[in-house]
Write a protein that binds this ligand. Structure first.
Ligand code: NCD
Ligand code: ZN
Length: 366
């Protein structure tokens, strides 16, 4: 599947004993983003072109205020997304419903018949941005989970406990122990995506789980460890949930993403927030990466010399898991440095993207 043309191979490591031929140009089936926050209104219009320029499809998170809890709300949101991209017929938003304790089996049946709702997202109440309406636990949603299993509609989980006595860096591991393992065991045919995994524990859980369980991995968790939160001072633009973890976890994520296992695929979790809501005494969680998402993943895969594994991760395994056709169009990346602006427009505000005022080693070929 992979088409990689190192048409101009370049010898790049004269200091090593062995010369390394570096890949200068990489053509992939067009990728999809399996976890994305698009917001609404002027914010939606500001960020959507970044994603549509790179990705054919995206799983759109339902954590608006109020949340997208019904097929009717998802239909309206989908129309607003399509209306915000009048000149791009090539991007397809894949909608999700927000699981609450009032979600019913009938909502699940309606989602399945809609043809445009592809999953249901569980935010443990209070776990992250706009999660107040979430269910308190998966135990409280068993009839709905059974309906999802029967209708073969995937469950997407924000995998962190909200118990304030649990250390914030342990909340993902504790979620596996307290909730996820039991749900996977109880609903053996339910497809589950463990979203934006951040720990070696999550990697190992997904590897050992049945084929019904997969995970998305963000670019920022592949590129940064928790030191990035404190480099020379506190860095609010590196704060997201789940929070960045130790280097040992970043290494485990890199191994998983580049392993070729179809259980791990691309989900940016690009989560835009206005600058003033992050540079404040109590700042919002979320990192914006949509402006250069696939280029950032290319950097991460390049770091471990696994660019040949990027296409499976970015363009194939997610579509297979969601039982959607793989894209047929392609996207070409080139090893050309791009400069990232210090800020980007965001409706009446601005946002600070990842690598703001810095450089990314890859670009999209025009
Ligand atoms: C997301 C957001 O801002 O909507 N924030 C984040 O830090 N990832 C919510 C989420 O996915 O947790
Ligand atoms: Zn998210």
């Amino acid at each position: 599947m992979l088409r990689m043309w190192d048409d101009f191979p370049k010898i790049t490591a004269p200091s090593d004993e062995e010369s390394v031929v570096s890949i200068e140009r990489l053509t992939l089936l067009r990728p999809d983003d399996w976890h994305l926050h698009l917001r609404d209104g002027a914010a939606l219009a500001a960020v959507l072109p970044d994603t549509a320029r790179r990705f054919a499809r995206a799983i759109v998170m339902p954590n608006l205020v109020p949340p997208i809890t019904t097929v009717a709300l998802a239909a309206g949101y989908r129309d607003r997304i399509l209306a915000a991209l009048p000149n791009n017929p090539h991007f397809t938003p894949l909608m999700t419903l927000y699981l609450t304790e009032r979600t019913s089996p009938a909502d699940i049946a309606a989602a399945r018949t809609s043809g445009f709702v592809h999953a249901v997202k569980y935010y443990p109440a209070g776990a992250t941005t706009h999660s107040d309406a979430g269910a308190r636990s998966l135990d409280r949603c068993e009839a709905v989970l059974a309906a999802m299993e029967a209708h073969d509609l995937p469950l997407l989980v924000h995998g962190e406990v909200t118990d304030p006595t649990v250390d914030v860096f342990d909340r993902e591991r504790t979620f596996i122990e307290r909730e996820l393992a039991a749900t996977v065991a109880k609903f053996p045919r339910l497809r589950v995506v463990f979203e934006h995994i951040t720990t070696r524990d999550a990697v190992e859980f997904v590897e050992r789980a049945p084929a019904t369980v997969a995970a998305t991995i963000t670019a920022h968790h592949l590129l940064l460890n928790r030191n990035a939160l404190f480099t020379g001072g506190i860095r609010p633009h590196h704060y997201c949930l789940p929070v960045l973890k130790r280097e040992v976890h970043r290494q485990a994520l890199l191994r998983a993403a580049t392993s070729g296992s179809p259980k791990f695929f691309l989900g940016t979790d690009s989560a835009p927030h206005a600058r003033h809501t992050k540079e404040v005494a109590c700042g919002c969680a979320g990192i914006y990466t949509a402006h250069a998402a696939i280029e950032l993943y290319a950097e991460a895969f390049d770091e471990v010399d696994k660019l040949d594994r990027l296409e499976g991760f970015a363009s194939c395994f997610g579509a297979d898991f969601y039982r959607l056709p793989r894209n047929t169009a392609v996207l070409t990346l080139v090893r050309t440095t791009q400069r990232v602006p210090a800020e980007l427009p965001f409706g009446d505000d601005c946002l600070v993207p990842l690598r703001a005022d810095g450089e990314i080693a890859w670009s999209i070929a025009d």
